[in-house]
Design a binder for this molecule. Structure first.
Ligand code: FAD
Length: 600
């Protein structure tokens, strides 16, 4: 219905919804029992799906241990996504300073955000819903990971999905409406969203459903939202099971160690700290790590599973020598090229926030600019090596935002840029209208590493990630930037007087503005990993000496222990990694059930 301008009435509708939402999150278990069948560490994208599926077996008692606290309803307002990493729902990790990348960031450190809250990173992410390319998973299988080819994982993508976009839902080979995870279009679009998609067509690309048969082309953004609100993993998979008797949750509980018998090499429980009190809880069947690509390797290493030399240096007795923490991947993304437009057609968060009718529209109808995930509206997947192929294997993504760094003061802080960089390049633009397309490298060749700083579980691990270490990645980055430049010159964008902002990035001003060397330099200063951390407990066959888990996700050499989250990805897919992590949770649950003879 149309807002009738009563803010009070709007709030009276919004607040009870928030209260109901609060009550629907599974509460902390009243009593933690001494022994469960399974203990799952981490209630993130993968862990939430896993906990849902394992508690289907009513004879199994499951404990889900989460370091973060509860969600709140404000987290579900899509436009506010970029504010969430500033809250306590973020682990607030930073990379180790590098001489090659993150040069425009404070202390040359990229900010590596990670969700620390029910739902994990899916509760603070930008809600982009992508699966990747079928070849990604076929490649996993070719690497020796039997059962992980596209034909094997597609049923799990379908199982978890509730596609609410009618024209996409009709394609039942690739979409489903019976899963828990809603996928929708935002209920609002700026005219620049159309410019993005039409501009792509002008360049000769198809408009595609990138989660359908082929991935290459331009599209409006599919997001993990429903009725104008975020639906993270907790809301989708944990809220509905809050009444299962065999499901216990312990929040604000930091797991500090996996308990492993060093003689039999069998995991038998976890130690965690809640409210300054230490608990040891046993697992009859398995301990499952779903703590994400930074914390799962950290916990393994703290518990004696990792590279022998490194653990010995940390004075940690070695139980199993494995390449834990290696193979760190992410998608480097360059967000700093900003285009000025001559019409009021973009998101200025301040302006939107003070726009009474937009606010009312959201309170009443969940419509309008507040329903757009962090101002992101479109996505393009391009195979720069074979651009004319409609079924290409994309090496580049353009992630379109109807906003630029000067549109919202939190953007540069979210990216970790120095005040000097922001004040020199962007500050004077505040209040104007901009767009940007974050240019991303989708098939990175560079690898980073997670290491312990000490044996103290409260100390953040070290994240080494020189994402242009392999020069090919920087060259792909350059190709991606060139695609953005081409797009900006299309008729679709020229209609808005689109013009590249041309004040150079301070560390690159010695180079000719717009030259290849200039953009290489800009990338090394302003690109960041786009928070798709993965690969640090690599899945691989027994003959792969770099593998930490096998294709059944069991940790090599240790009984009763699995890793089920983004860290098992042997290669990061050409996708934002939330839905792929959920797929891993979904398939992981079936592997567990199968191994305990409980898969129907
Ligand atoms: C800011 C941001 C934006 C992103 N945007 C997108 C996007 O738009 N689309 C997309 O597809 N992907 C996006 N991603 C990436 C995506 O959300 C993640 O890849 C995905 O959520 C990872 O799932 P996971 O299960 O591996 O880990 P997580 O979801 O991170 O879950 C791990 C959980 O384990 C908990 N945990 C960790 N250590 C411990 C411990 N010791 N004890 C107890 N609990 C512990 C954590 O608190 C967390 O809840 C984004 C990520 C971030 C941070």
């Amino acid at each position: 219905r149309t807002p009738n301008n009563s803010l009070l009435e709007g709030l009276l509708k919004f607040i009870p919804e928030g209260t109901r939402y609060y009550e629907e999150e599974p509460p902390d278990a009243k009593k933690i029992i001494p022994e469960y069948d399974f203990i799952v560490v981490g209630a993130g994208s993968a862990g939430s799906v896993l906990a849902n599926r394992l508690t289907e077996i009513s004879e199994w008692d499951i404990l889900l241990v989460e370091a973060g606290g509860r969600e709140n309803y404000a987290m579900d307002i899509p436009l506010l996504a970029n504010f969430l990493p500033f809250t306590e729902a973020n682990w607030k990790y930073r990379t180790v300073p590098s001489d090659n990348v993150c040069l425009g960031m404070v202390n040359r450190q990229c900010l590596y955000h990670r969700g620390k809250v029910m739902g994990g990173s899916s509760t603070i992410n930008f809600m982009v819903s992508t699966r990747g390319n079928r070849r990604n998973y076929d490649q996993w299988e070719e690497m020796g990971n039997t059962g992980w080819g596209y034909k094997d994982v597609l049923p799990y993508f379908l199982k978890l999905e509730n596609m609410t976009i009618p024209e996409l839902a009709r394609d039942t080979k690739y979409h489903s409406t019976s899963g828990e995870q809603p996928t929708s279009y935002a209920t609002y679009r700026t005219p620049l969203a159309d410019a993005f998609v039409n501009g792509g067509e002008e360049l000769g690309y198809k408009i595609v459903d990138y989660n359908g048969e082929t991935q290459t082309g331009f599209s409006y953004l599919q997001s993990t939202t429903r009725d104008g609100a975020r639906w993270g993993a907790s809301r989708s998979f944990l809220h509905p099971i809050r009444n299962r008797k065999n499901f216990h949750v312990s929040k604000r509980s930091l797991v500090t160690k996996i308990l492993i018998d060093p003689i039999t090499k069998t995991a038998f429980g976890v130690r965690f700290v809640r409210n300054k009190k230490e608990y040891e809880v046993r697992a009859r069947k398995e301990v499952i790590l779903s703590a994400g690509a930074v914390n799962s390797p950290q916990l393994l290493m703290l518990s004696g599973i990792g590279p022998r030399k490194h653990l010995t240096e940390m004075n940690i007795p070695v139980i199993q020598d494995l390449k834990v923490g290696y193979n760190l991947m992410d998608h480097p993304g360059m967000p700093s090229a900003t285009f000025i437009v001559n019409q009021s057609v973009t998101y200025l968060t301040d302006a939107v926030m003070s726009n009474r009718s937009a606010f009312l529209d959201y309170l009443y109808n969940r419509r309008g600019p507040f329903s757009v995930p962090g101002a992101s509206e479109g996505i393009a997947f391009i195979d720069t090596k074979d651009p004319k192929n409609p079924d290409g294997n994309p090496d580049v993504e353009l992630f379109f935002l109807a906003a630029g760094i000067p549109s919202e003061v939190t953007y540069y802080k979210l990216l970790g840029y120095t005040d000097e960089l922001y004040n020199t390049v962007y500050k004077h633009l505040e209040g104007g209208h901009y767009w940007t397309a974050v240019s991303m490298v989708l098939q990175p060749k560079s690898r980073g590493r997670i290491m312990l700083k000490s044996s103290n579980p409260r100390q953040s691990p070290l994240i080494y990630h020189d994402f242009y270490h392999n020069p090919e990645d920087l060259e792909t980055q350059l190709l991606a930037i060139k695609e953005v430049m081409k797009l900006s010159k299309t008729q679709a964008f020229r209609k808005f007087g689109s013009k590249l902002h041309d004040i150079p990035i301070p560390g690159c001003k010695h180079l000719l503005f717009g030259s290849d060397d200039y953009w290489r330099c800009v990338s090394r200063h302003t690109a960041t990993g786009i928070w798709h951390l993965s690969g640090t407990c690599k899945m691989g066959p027994h003959w792969d000496s770099s593998a930490v888990v096998g294709p059944r996700l069991r940790v090599y050499g240790v009984k009763g222990l699995r890793v089920i989250d983004a860290s098992i990805m042997p290669m990061v897919p050409t996708a934002h990694t939330n839905i792929p992590s959920m797929m891993i949770g979904e398939k992981g649950a079936d592997l567990v059930k199968q191994d305990w003879d409980r898969l129907d």
